[in-house]
Design a protein around this ligand. Structure first.
Ligand code: ADP
Length: 265
């Protein structure tokens, strides 16, 4: 089966007056439709840069990024092909970027409004997601009236409303307290499975990576290369992230990851 996303020998360096900062070196991997991949690595190694390249915000210096077999990511930022690619990719960040001056409903419809795609069909999809994910009662509330977990769910609905094929999650839970974070990981994981989405999660939290992913890419320190790929297999399939945390496999994978990360420091 053709992978949804394929990176081949991707290299990237930042250039400034002060000189060159190589960020990524020869990154190659594939992501299949429906997979959940976590990316971990030392702080500052190039994880966010990797997501910016995949989303088309940055262009690789060499190598290629193929989305569903199409290499449009290689083309100059802002070109028509690049815009089309961006529509297939949703980005969720650490900050939820909900606007206080809009209601929850008008926040989740914002992306569609901007893209002039807010129609009756999309409104029905959004209403269903608000209902399914416990936000219907809050559709006319302001973001400040929501809990941290609810805010992240609203941000996720806003992203999913655009119908992305691939979701890029850049530390989306790190602003939440530990207890909320566990609950939101479960929520987000259930939503992504239900919506059959493919996702790439950048996180510095090793237990989060082991609890959510099918596969973990471990990066070296900057310039990042792929140090190791860890395929996660659990005896019981389809466990929620919280349930995974009490399995023996969880402990084993966590220890393995911990050793790899400490070796790479
Ligand atoms: P991570 O997400 O792993 O913490 P980043 O991808 O944000 O790392 O950054 C990788 C490296 O590139 C860091 O050393 C950072 O300082 C550098 N970097 C990031 N953005 C820029 C930029 N716009 N200009 C120059 N260097 C940058």
């Amino acid at each position: 089966m053709k992978p949804l996303l394929e990176l081949k020998n991707v290299c990237y360096a930042y250039h400034s007056k002060g000189g060159e900062t190589p960020a990524l070196q020869n990154i190659s991997f594939q992501v299949q439709q429906g997979e959940f991949i976590a990316v971990v690595g030392p702080s500052g190694c190039g994880k966010s840069t990797l997501l910016s390249l995949i989303s088309g915000l940055l262009v690789p210096e060499s190598g290629s990024i193929l989305f569903a077999g199409d290499s449009s990511a290689k083309k100059a930022a802002g070109s028509g092909a690049n815009c089309a690619l961006r529509e297939k990719i949703g980005y969720m960040l650490q900050k939820d970027h909900l606007f206080e001056w809009r209601t929850v409903y008008r926040n989740v419809t914002l992306g569609l409004e901007i893209q002039h795609r807010l129609n009756e069909e999309n409104r029905i999809t959004i209403d269903k997601m608000l209902q399914d994910y416990g936000l219907e009662r809050f559709r006319n509330a302001r973001p400040s009236e929501l809990s941290g977990g609810m805010r992240q769910r609203a941000a996720l609905i806003r992203t999913l409303a655009l119908g992305p094929e691939l979701l890029l999650l850049d530390e989306p839970f790190s602003a939440l307290d530990f207890q909320t974070r566990l609950a939101v990981c479960d929520d987000v994981s259930a939503i992504l499975h239900r919506e059959k989405k493919t996702a790439l999660l950048v996180t510095h939290d090793l237990s989060e990576a082991v609890s959510m992913a099918d596969r973990i890419l471990i990066l070296t320190k900057r310039p990042a290369r792929i140090r190791k790929v860890l395929n996660l297999e659990f005896e019981v399939q389809g466990l929620s992230p919280l349930a995974r945390r009490s399995t023996k496999e969880f402990q084993n994978y966590f220890n393995l990851l911990w050793e790899e990360m400490n070796d790479s420091e």
